[in-house]
Design a protein around this ligand. Structure first.
Ligand SMILES: Nc1ncnc2c1ncn2[C@@H]1O[C@H](COP(=O)(O)OP(=O)(O)OP(=O)(O)O)[C@@H](O)[C@H]1O
Length: 247
């Protein structure tokens, strides 16, 4: 189990997050939703060990009950921006995490290449990020994260740049993959269909300072998650989010 315990993140202007605690088991998808700016990305960056130096975290990260320091090999992270290196090809970018983990260039490449076709990236292996659409770059970043095969995966709006059909395909691919190889996933999303369709539990955040205000289990089995079956849950989430967001 991966656990964030009593996390407060201080900035120059006050706390961004206040006393946030959450757990992710190694075989579940936990969705994190909340208004823009409530601190979802900051919580993920803390867990990935890449908070900017002007933010000061106070709290604990535990893996199976043992305190760890991030970055940690059991945790991989897909940032909101694709963060691909512009001077590397898509195949080189995708293989980078594996190479950093110690695999040879050749082995890393052999592991990433089979995923290019199912991710709709066949033929893009030798291209540079600037030659791809935003949606293709996002899928390349997803590929780079998923091939690391870590026990825990942090995904920050991983499918936000994809057209509806491609998004469904990637969501289905991820669910099938997790079925084969269970992993713990923390999924930040603004898409209530994505949250209710994919997650085992949904954590709802409020802002100023960022904190979790509700935890809602999604009890409908995945095979039965039709639009109609999830309508009430989405309505509840929408009401909660509207209450917490004043424009
Ligand atoms: N380095 C920083 N210094 C000061 N404040 C920051 C810093 N980074 C982010 N913030 C602020 O922290 C708050 C939370 O930002 P964060 O990106 O975590 O929110 P979010 O919920 O992921 O938003 P979105 O849904 O728009 O991606 C915002 O008000 C943001 O302006």
């Amino acid at each position: 189990m991966l656990e964030i315990k009593r996390l407060t993140i201080h900035s120059k202007t006050g706390p961004l997050l206040q006393d946030l605690s959450l757990q992710i088991h190694s075989n579940e998808i936990v969705a994190l939703i909340g208004a823009s700016g409530c601190g979802k990305t900051s919580a993920l960056k803390f867990t990935a060990g890449i908070l900017p130096p002007d933010l000061h975290p106070e709290g604990h990260l535990l893996l199976d009950g043992v305190p760890i320091r991030a970055p940690h090999p059991a945790i991989s992270y897909q940032p909101q921006s694709d963060a691909l290196f512009p001077w590397l090809t898509i195949a080189e970018n995708a293989a980078l995490g594996l190479e950093i983990a110690g695999l040879s260039k050749r082995t890393a490449r052999a592991q990433v290449l089979p995923l290019f076709a199912p991710f709709g990236l066949a033929g893009c292996e030798g291209k540079f990020p600037a030659e791809l659409s935003g949606g293709m770059r996002q899928r390349a970043a997803f590929l780079r994260t998923i091939v690391q095969d870590s026990r825990f995966v942090l995904l920050d709006e991983p499918f936000s740049a994809l057209d509806a059909v491609t998004r469904f395909r990637m969501q289905d691919w991820l669910l099938a993959r997790l079925n084969e190889r269970p992993r713990g996933v923390l999924l930040v999303t603004h898409d209530l269909h994505e949250a209710t369709g994919m997650a085992d539990r949904i954590l709802v955040m409020a802002a100023n300072p960022g904190r979790i205000i509700r935890e809602i289990p999604v009890t409908t089995p995945r095979a039965q998650r039709s639009e109609a079956a999830l309508a009430d849950l989405r309505a509840t989430l929408k009401t909660l989010l509207l209450k917490e967001t004043s424009l």
